[in-house]
Design a protein around this ligand. Structure first.
Ligand code: CA
Length: 359
């Protein structure tokens, strides 16, 4: 009887040990970012993700983060995840509009959804499904990866009062917004980030857009341009996490869930952190350079920007049913959600001004 009991116990412990060993399998993923190692807070999204999954999985899921300084291919990360040479990436969807125009609206569109509105669209109004539809043919799963919040319209050395002031103006403004500005007579140039400050200082360009105070302050643009225009073109640009679909499917179900929850958490962290950094940076800029003036484009300019934006969108929509489906979904959502944004945040701020801070 004793022998039988001892045998049963040892068998049981072998089974338990085997199960424990099976559970201890460690999964390793390599993630490439579009950003350099010092691009705070963009780079933080991936670092937080790696730290969260490691802790939540008790070390069973490890993510190695390689910044662009290491892999040297900031805009190659889409292809790398597609090909499987990297398992994951942190980047922004609109960089790949040349490969697939349908990727553009998952970052931001001019005059469209703000960060909270875009997030609500992603998670509750079909945005994630549409993103899945676009990315699945590339063998990639894409997830929201953190929003910068509304971006500023840019730094201008001279005040822009009329449409004529834009004609011949040399400005760095990339992507879709650059195409719209071109229609208004702006000479859009592409300059490497490292050369932007000198170009603005020496007058090679008259204006540029970057992000917002939190990221602009390190670039020093406020030292050489007096007019800081409010945003229109990137009302809530999101970044994205990519994961190779086959690699994701090979993960056990619990690690898949841990990864998805951690992406959501680090995405939310990035938005919050950039909000915080922008508040700090704007206070400092205003104090150190009191000559900086906040301006908004005139009604006449905004009307023209909206007209050209609509023309370009209509043209792409007519050639591309899926683009039409995504933009229509965003437009309908904007109509549905914006009245709430107006009677909540917008009117709260407008009607309860902090007298010494707001004009
Ligand atoms: Ca920008």
């Amino acid at each position: 009887m004793k022998i039988k009991k001892a045998l049963t116990l040892s068998l049981l412990s072998i089974i338990l040990l085997t199960q424990a060993n099976a559970k201890e399998k460690i999964y390793k993923l390599k993630l490439a970012t579009t950003w350099g190692s010092s691009a705070v807070p963009l780079i933080n999204a991936s670092k937080n993700l790696a730290s969260y999954v490691e802790k939540m999985s008790n070390g069973r899921l490890l993510i190695r983060v390689d910044s662009a300084n290491k892999h040297k291919s900031p805009f190659g990360v889409f292809d790398m995840v597609k090909a499987g040479s990297y398992d994951m990436a942190h980047t922004s969807s609109y960089f790949y509009k040349g490969k697939d125009i349908n990727m553009m609206p998952f970052t931001t569109m001019p005059f469209a959804l703000t960060a909270p509105e875009l997030n609500a669209w992603f998670y509750h109004a079909g945005g994630l499904d549409l993103m899945k539809k676009v990315y699945s043919k590339h063998g990639i799963l894409a997830y929201p990866g953190g929003n910068t919040g509304v971006q500023m319209g840019g730094w201008f050395k001279e005040e822009i009062k009329t449409l004529d002031d834009l004609k011949g103006l040399k400005m760095r403004i990339p992507g879709f917004a650059g195409e719209i500005m071109t229609k208004l007579g702006v000479l859009v140039t592409n300059i490497a980030p490292g050369d932007l400050y000198t170009s603005l200082e020496r007058g090679t360009i008259d204006a540029l857009e970057w992000v917002g105070p939190g990221m602009d302050i390190k670039m020093g643009f406020h030292k050489v341009a007096n007019y800081y225009y409010t945003g229109w073109h990137e009302p809530g640009p999101d970044t994205q996490f990519y994961i190779n679909k086959k690699k994701f499917n090979k993960l056990p179900k619990d690690l898949q869930m841990i990864l998805e929850v951690a992406m959501k958490a680090s995405s939310s962290d990035m938005y919050t952190y950039n909000y915080h950094l922008s508040g700090l940076a704007w206070s400092k800029m205003k104090k150190d350079y009191p000559s900086i003036q906040i301006k908004s484009f005139s009604k006449e300019i905004v009307k023209e920007l909206k007209k050209e934006n609509q023309k370009l969108i209509t043209k792409i929509k007519s050639k591309n049913p899926l683009f039409n489906e995504i933009i229509t979904s965003q437009e309908n959502y904007l109509k549905q959600v914006r009245p709430w944004t107006i009677i909540s945040d917008y009117l709260y701020i407008k009607e309860n001004k902090l007298s010494k801070i707001q004009k």
